[in-house]
Design a protein around this ligand. Structure first.
Ligand SMILES: CC(C)(COP(=O)(O)OP(=O)(O)OC[C@H]1O[C@@H](n2cnc3c(N)ncnc32)[C@H](O)[C@@H]1OP(=O)(O)O)[C@@H](O)C(=O)NCCC(=O)NCCS
Length: 158
C-alpha cells in the first residue's frame, strides 16, 4: 500500500462518528445505484445487532468501508464493500475484505456468504482471490436487469 492506511471499527465511541457516517453515506450514494444502496436506511443498518462496519482512512481521508453481519451462528455475511474511485487498485479493498473476514472468524461461523452483481468484475475477482466460490446466480436480485451471484467462503473449523 502506497499510503499509511488505518483500518478501524465504527462503534459508539468513534470520534467524529456523525461526520464519518455522513461521509460513508455520501460515498454509498455515489458508488451504488439506488437498488443496491444502503444510504436511505444506513442508521438502521448500523443499529442492527450482530453487524459491524470497518472503515479505512489514509492521510486523514475516508478511503473505503466494509460492512458485515452474522445473522446466525452458522454463517456471516459481507454486506457491503467499497473503495473511493481515486483510491482503487492500491490494495485497500483487499485489506478491508481481509479485516472483515477476520472479524467474521471471531464469531466462530463456518462460512461467509455474500451477494454481488456479476457485472462488478473487480469485486468478483477480489472475492475469488480470497477463496470465495460462486454458489448460484439469482436473476433479478437487485432489479429487473441486475442479477446477483451468491458467493461463499468455507472457513476452517480450527
Ligand atoms: C471492488 C473494490 C472494493 C476493489 O477495491 P480496490 O481497492 O480497487 O481493490 P484492490 O486494489 O485491493 O485489489 C485487490 C484485488 O481485487 C481485484 N481487482 C481490483 N480491481 C480490479 C479491476 N479493475 N479488474 C479486475 N480485478 C480487480 C483483483 O483480484 C485484485 O488483486 P490483484 O491486484 O492481485 O489483481 C472497488 O473496485 C470498488 O469499490 N468497487 C465498487 C463497489 C463494489 O463493486 N463493491 C462490491 C460489491 S458490494
Amino acid at each position: 500500500m502506497a499510503n499509511a492506511a488505518i483500518i478501524a471499527e465504527l462503534n459508539r465511541n468513534t470520534e467524529n462518528r456523525a461526520k464519518l457516517i455522513e461521509e460513508i453515506v455520501k460515498l454509498e450514494r455515489k458508488i451504488f445505484p439506488k437498488h443496491e444502496s444502503y444510504a436511505a436506511f444506513f442508521d438502521n443498518e448500523l443499529k442492527r445487532k450482530n453487524a459491524g462496519l470497518l472503515y479505512l482512512h489514509a492521510d486523514g481521508e475516508l478511503v473505503g468501508y466494509v460492512m458485515y453481519s452474522w445473522p446466525s451462528s452458522l454463517y456471516a455475511s459481507i454486506t457491503k464493500l467499497a473503495v473511493k474511485e481515486q483510491w482503487r487498485k492500491q490494495g485497500h479493498g483487499e485489506a478491508l475484505l481481509k479485516a472483515a473476514i477476520q472479524k467474521c472468524k471471531t464469531r466462530k461461523v463456518s462460512r461467509i456468504m455474500l451477494h454481488v452483481d456479476p457485472s462488478r468484475a473487480p469485486a468478483v475477482s477480489l472475492y475469488k482471490k480470497h477463496g470465495f466460490q460462486v454458489d448460484r446466480l439469482i436473476e433479478g436480485y437487485y432489479s429487473l436487469e441486475r442479477h446477483a451471484y451468491v458467493m461463499y467462503l468455507e472457513l476452517d473449523s480450527n
